[in-house]
Structures are given as C-alpha cells and as structure tokens.
Design a protein around this ligand. Structure first.
Ligand code: IPM
Ligand code: MN
Length: 383
C-alpha cells in the first residue's frame, strides 16, 4: 500500500504528554505489522509557537497539513499567565482558533463522539443499566451556531446589542443526517456480528437493530427545527431498517442522565452537539476516556482530524498524570478511518482499541502515571 502520512500536532498542556503515548503505540504497531505508516511532528499550533512568532501557527499551516492523510491533535489552549490588568496573555478565542480553522479549512463536517461505558471505566450513574450505554453522538461540524456571523452594535454603551447568527443549509443538514443513518446501520451490523443485539421500535411498531435520534429545539427555534425535521423524515425513507426518534435538546439532556442506554445514534447541531457530548463523555466514564473525530467523509484530499474530547487541562499539565486513554481510543479510530485506504491500518486500529479496552477493564480508573498506562498498552500490543 501507498504510505499513509500523519501530521502529529501535540498542542498545549497535556496534549504533548498524551500524544507521546499515542506515538509509542503507533511505533509498536508499525513495527509489529510492518505498516506503511509515517508521521511528522509539528510544534504548532501551540502557545509556545505563539510566544515566539506572535501567531498560533504559520500562515501556510493549512497548506502544509493538507499534504497529510490525517491530523492527530493532542489538545489546544493555554491561557498563560495574567498580565497586570488581569487579562490572560492568550485568551481561548486566539489559542483555540486553529481548531476551528482546521474544521472549516478541511471541511470536516462530521464530528463523531462515541460514548460507550466500557468495563473498568468510572460509572457515574448508579443504575446498573448504565453498563449498556453505547451511543454515538454525531455533531454537525461545519455550520449552525459556529458560523461566526454577527457583531456588536454600540459596543460598550448601555444600549449595546450583540447579534450571533446561526446558519443551517439544507445541503449540510442532508449530509449529516444521512451520515447518521449510515452509521446506525453500520453499528447495527457490527453489534450483530459481536452478538450484542439491541431492539428499537419504529413508529409503526416494527423492531429494528438501530436507531437515529434527531435533536432540535423546534418548539422554540422554528426555522431550523422545521428544516431539520423535514430533511430527517425524507432521509429516513432510505433507511427503513433504522428506527427514528426525536428529542428536544433540553429533554435530551434529561434523558441522557435518566436513560442513556435507550440511545443509539444521536444527530445534533454544532453547538447542541458540543454540549451534549460533554455530557455523553461523563456517561461513558469521563473526559479521560472520551474519543472524538472531525471527519471529511466526502473529499479524500482533505485530511480528517483526530483529537480527544478533552482539552489541554493546564491544571494537571507537566505532571505526567494525564490519562492517555481518550487519546489512544481516538488514535484507534484514526487508524480505523485510514483503513479505508489500507485495510492493515483498520486491523491495527482494532488491535489498539482492544488493547486499550483490556487495560481499562483490568486496571479500572485507578490513578496511574501517563507513561505507565502507555507502557501497559504497548506491552499488550507486543504480546
Ligand atoms: C470541542 C471544544 C471546541 C468546540 C472549543 C474548544 C472551540 O469544546 O471540541 O468540543 O466548541 O467545538
Ligand atoms: Mn466541547
């Protein structure tokens, strides 16, 4: 196979620490299976780069990254110290901009965030059915509340008005909803193979292996809600084997806590998906285990980006205690994604997922050093 090339961008805070373990796992897998895999490490985007050059990354950063098959990102954001006027050196709006620029620049219109409570992960919900939590939240990643349109009128005056526009297009709505149904079908197939069947009901009472739940706020935000609902209904006709469901976002939050095991695939808008996926991460054991992918499934010339749901956690950075589990699950998903071109990589991804899951099942969520967890997983991979 042609060599697959990864851009490794460790970023800030605990990013470099967890990325180091991901790279060790990649090295182990490459040696073991003789994978046609290469990676290049970039010192940007990062706070350090900003300090030296006055910008988070070079002007041609996107052009450089475009040459890779995928981007493996640790975490971004490091406000630095406060100045005399109590302002941070680098506010989030600056240090996190490259993340949004990559999503936009490479049209990574899907954000996939699985939430499955695996054995060994911290169980925040007391109910024993929590063990059955296995959902995939699909966040629309290209528009909606994140279009950054609007402004401030009469800034600083008592009668100031800030506007923040949301834009939803039928094209982006159609593709994200269709993607949701496709994933539901795919997950059902995988579950059946693994003997983990589930049952969801269609509106006319038939039993299905999978379900897509659409989240909106159509009782208050009509135009967007109506279009999403209409497109959802249209697309669902192509997937008679997948049950459909709808929740208003506030009720969805409630049900994520009350009965998260009742969800399968969940499709949500950019901001609502952002909020729901922090909640979903906790349901699956916390930020330490929650993977995330920013995907462009339509243009093979655009790299997808793989970054755990967690942030840079400056409070624990530099201590070697960050849990690399989320980063490693994310790396496993990256390999699976790259397996579309080179099936050996998909196989390696499955191996990595299994090794991380086995480590979690055996060791639970006890406090271990970052490198200790990496060691244990590399050892499993070598066995
Ligand atoms: C995430 C993050 C980002 C987002 C921030 C850092 C801009 O919360 O990836 O979930 O809102 O998308
Ligand atoms: Mn978020």
């Amino acid at each position: 196979a042609q060599t697959t090339r990864i851009a490794v961008t460790p970023g800030d805070g605990i990013g470099p620490e967890v990325v180091a373990e991901a790279v060790r796992c990649l090295e182990t897998l490459r040696a073991k299976h003789n994978l046609a895999l290469e990676w290049t490490r970039f010192p940007w985007p990062s706070h350090a780069w900003h300090e030296e050059y006055g910008e988070s990354w070079p002007a041609d950063a996107l052009a450089q990254l475009k040459a890779y098959d995928a981007i493996l990102l640790g975490a971004l954001g490091d406000p630095g110290p406060m100045d005399d006027t109590n302002r941070y050196l680098l506010p989030d709006s600056i240090s996190l901009a490259p993340l949004l620029d990559m999503r936009k620049g490479f049209d990574q219109w899907v954000c996939e965030r699985p939430a499955r409570l695996l054995p060994g992960a911290r169980q925040y919900l007391k109910d024993d059915r929590a063990k059955d939590i296995d959902m995939l939240v699909i966040r629309e990643n290209s528009e909606g509340e994140y279009v950054s349109q609007g402004g401030r009128l009469r800034q600083g005056k008592p009668d100031e008005v800030a506007t923040q526009m949301e834009v939803f297009t039928r094209r982006a709505t159609e593709r994200i909803i269709r993607y949701g149904f496709e994933q539901a079908r795919k997950r059902a197939g995988e579950r059946v193979q693994e003997g983990r069947t589930r049952a969801f009901r269609t509106l006319d009472g038939r039993s299905c292996e999978s379900q897509v739940c659409l989240v909106t706020k159509r009782n208050a935000l009509r135009y967007w809600g109506d279009m999403y609902t209409e497109v959802f209904e249209e697309v669902s006709h192509d997937f008679p084997d997948v049950a459909t469901h709808h929740e208003l976002v506030d009720a969805a939050c409630m049900k994520f806590v009350q009965c998260p095991w009742a969800f399968d695939v969940v499709v949500a808008s950019n901001l609502q998906g952002d909020i729901l996926t922090d909640l979903a991460a906790v349901l699956s054991g916390g930020m330490g285990v929650a993977p995330s992918c920013n995907l462009n499934p339509t243009d093979p010339n655009m790299p997808s980006m793989f970054e755990p749901t967690h942030g840079s956690a400056p409070d624990i950075a530099g201590q070697g205690i960050a849990d690399p589990t989320a980063m490693l699950f994310t790396t496993a998903r990256m390999l699976d994604w790259l397996g579309r071109k080179d099936p050996k990589l998909a196989q390696a991804g499955k191996e990595l997922f299994d090794a991380v899951a086995a480590d979690l099942a055996e060791q639970g969520n006890q406090q271990r050093a970052t490198s200790q967890i990496g060691d244990a997983i590399c050892k499993r991979l070598q066995a």
